[in-house]
Write a protein of this length. Structure first.
Length: 126
């Protein structure tokens, strides 16, 4: 069983001992992406919609590096700091998943890395 580890400079470097993504048997597991700008490793802004967009752009970059696209995403997990932001997050999320809508979970959590407001992980299948 061969695993392929994915890394791109177009997404933030891992903040710990993990890979940006791992592919095995035609399935890509993308680690949770926080809204850091890859070139600076700084938070994009404090705005939840900008944070959502940056997290999704980071995911898109990893998918592209691995030869996948957003259309290949079958499951998404959203971890958010405040459920009151749910509607604002959905507005941006819907811009990225227009024709294909993956299964999804969205949970409010007590705290996220670097005190960001959102972290998103996905699973994609070819």
């Amino acid at each position: 069983m061969s695993k392929r580890y994915i890394h791109t400079e177009n997404a933030p470097a891992a903040l710990g001992p993990y890979s940006q993504a791992v592919e095995i048997k035609g399935t890509l597991y993308v680690s949770g992406q926080i809204p850091f700008v890859p070139s600076t490793m700084e938070l994009v802004s404090d705005d939840i919609q900008e944070q959502t967009r940056q997290s999704l752009e980071n995911i898109k970059a990893i998918l592209t590096e691995a030869g996948y696209s957003l259309a290949d995403v079958v499951k998404a997990g959203l971890f958010i700091k405040d459920m009151n932001d749910f509607g604002k997050i959905n507005e941006i999320y819907a811009e990225y998943f227009t024709e294909t809508k993956p299964a999804r979970a969205c949970v409010e959590v007590a705290r996220l890395p670097k005190d960001v407001k959102i972290e998103i992980e996905v699973i994609a299948v070819k």
